[in-house]
Design a protein around this ligand. Structure first.
Ligand code: CTP
Ligand code: CA
Length: 229
């Protein structure tokens, strides 16, 4: 990932990174999930640790090996992720919410496996309820000086382009930085490379050129570092 990772410019900093995608159980064998591979979050944790930070990685539904020097806290559901992130974040300098957190979960979890009925027209109905918004809660509870970074995968549509949606989301979420991925073309999930725009609450936009996820991570930390007290 270039010479950036050899600089201990994050020494003495505590960072919490959430990564992966939450899984919301339907019954003992099934869940509602998403396509997040966790790779960008892993890269953020790995690069921060290599640059001297003390790193906690809250990992949702991903079983990749822990990056060197990183403490991994495995979680499943959005509720579990919320509990872990809120427990780790109070004394953190930076919290990065790279995880894809399910917006909804099944209203109830069946205690036993859902079975098919003889009549093929009889199908179960899944009712969903809203999950807590962890990023919004982090922003509301953050101690002075803490930087909160959100992620957003956006597509352009009739209501606006990717950046317009992202700016609205940044304002809505109230975080300091929003790392925006344009997923219009599809095919970004699980890939080893990435590109992004980092939007700041002060209106600046930093383009991160297409590169490895480590290179994107290094660029994100560079933007974060410039804003740390
Ligand atoms: N996020 C979160 N808790 C949720 C949903 C999202 O903490 N329940 C965080 C994600 O980790 C990410 C940021 O919020 O850092 C933006 O997620 P995104 O899904 O893009 O935002 P939403 O507000 O859920 O908007 P949308 O309706 O577009 O999904
Ligand atoms: Ca969402």
């Amino acid at each position: 990932a270039g010479p950036d990772v050899l600089r201990a410019d994050l020494a003495g900093r505590r960072v919490v990174v959430s990564a992966g995608g939450t899984r919301e159980p339907l019954d003992p064998v099934r869940y509602l999930g998403n396509r997040s591979s966790g790779k960008q979050g892993w890269a953020l944790a790995r690069v921060a640790a290599a640059r001297g930070a003390e790193v906690v990685l809250v990992a949702a539904g991903v079983d990749l090996p822990a990056p060197f020097g990183v403490r991994v806290v495995p979680v499943g559901t959005a509720e579990e992720l919320r509990t872990a992130v809120l427990a780790e974040s109070p004394d953190a300098d930076v919290v990065v919410m790279a995880a894809a957190v399910a917006d909804f979960r099944p209203a109830s979890v069946a205690a036993t496996k859902l079975k098919k009925k003889d009549d093929p027209r009889e199908v179960p109905e899944v009712r969903l309820v809203r999950n807590p918004d962890v990023l919004a809660e982090l922003v509301a509870k953050r101690p002075p000086g803490q930087l909160v970074v959100g992620f957003a995968a956006e597509t352009g549509d009739d209501d606006g382009d990717v950046l317009a949606h992202a700016r609205a989301k940044l304002a809505r979420k109230g975080c300091d930085l929003l790392v925006v991925n344009d997923v219009s073309g599809g095919g970004v999930f699980g890939r080893p490379d990435n590109a992004a725009v980092v939007l700041a609450a002060d209106g600046t936009a930093t383009e991160v050129p297409h590169g490895s996820k480590d290179a994107v991570a290094a660029a994100v930390w560079q933007t974060v570092l410039a804003r740390l007290p």
